[in-house]
Design a protein around this ligand. Structure first.
Ligand SMILES: C[S@@+](CC[C@H](N)C(=O)[O-])C[C@H]1O[C@@H](n2cnc3c(N)ncnc32)[C@H](O)[C@@H]1O
Length: 228
């Protein structure tokens, strides 16, 4: 049934492309969707990142800027930078954080994780939520995160779809999980286990690496942590 295939491929591809690099009106819509969909995951990730009031924090692939907003509340006397290569997301993140941008507590920039526009040893914390799957050169992105972290600083790479999904699947995982995960992988997304993520952090030079997982949340929440 080629017709049915074409129908199902259309919206899926549009969604996938706009998760990877949100653009134009569909990208703006996906940005708002992610603000709702990723809020719980972002709170969970931020707790593991252990952000303090005075910290300088960087959020890689910041999307609509929801994580930046939450991080700026925690780092109340510090500074939060958001970076994304999508101009649509940069605009959305600036709008969402307009007051903090005006006060100079938040700055959103357009840029690529493979070449960060920040000095060495700048940030106490670096966060990357739901973006690592898409990085064309993950080793380079991790090396850049390491470079801009201060000694003793911490990185959290967090994903809501991983190999950590429950062995006894939830209803969501049963209905969508395997199909969605396999399809995403065919489309070039990097679907990893916690141990695989940790091994990549080790190679990049991070210390005290570990991961935490919530196998029954979404398609297997995972957060890999490491220090410089
Ligand atoms: C699925 S969205 C997640 C956005 C946000 N972190 C969240 O959790 O809602 C992935 C984001 O990563 C960004 N991104 C992907 N690859 C990137 C790269 N190489 N450099 C900068 N941003 C990137 C995309 O533009 C997109 O906004």
């Amino acid at each position: 049934m080629p017709g049915a295939n074409a129908v199902t491929r259309g919206p899926y591809r549009l969604l996938q492309e706009n998760f990877r690099r949100p653009a134009g009106a569909p990208g703006a819509l996906v940005g708002h969707l992610m603000t709702v969909q990723h809020r719980g995951l972002t709170r969970w990730s931020t707790e593991h990142l252990d952000v303090r009031r005075s910290h300088h924090v960087l959020d890689l692939g910041c999307g609509s800027g929801m994580a930046v907003e939450l991080l700026a509340r925690r780092a109340g006397s510090g500074f939060v930078a958001g970076l994304d290569y999508s101009p649509t997301m940069v605009r959305q993140a600036v709008r969402r954080n307009a007051d903090a941008v005006g006060r100079g507590q938040v700055a959103i920039r357009r840029g690529d994780v493979g070449q960060l526009p920040y000095e060495d040893n700048t940030f106490d914390r670096v966060s990357a939520i739901e973006t690592f799957y898409f990085w064309p050169d993950p080793a380079r992105g991790l090396a850049e995160a390491y470079r801009v972290l201060k000694p003793g600083g911490r990185l959290a790479v967090t994903l809501e779809m991983s190999r950590e999904a429950s062995a006894v699947p939830t209803l969501t995982q049963l209905l969508f999980g395997r199909r969605f995960t396999e399809r995403s992988e065919r489309d070039g997304l990097r679907i990893l286990s916690g141990a695989e993520l940790v091994a990549m952090l080790d190679v990049a030079g991070f210390k005290d690496t570990r991961f935490v997982a919530e196998p029954r949340r979404s398609l297997g929440w995972v957060c890999a942590l490491g220090s410089k």
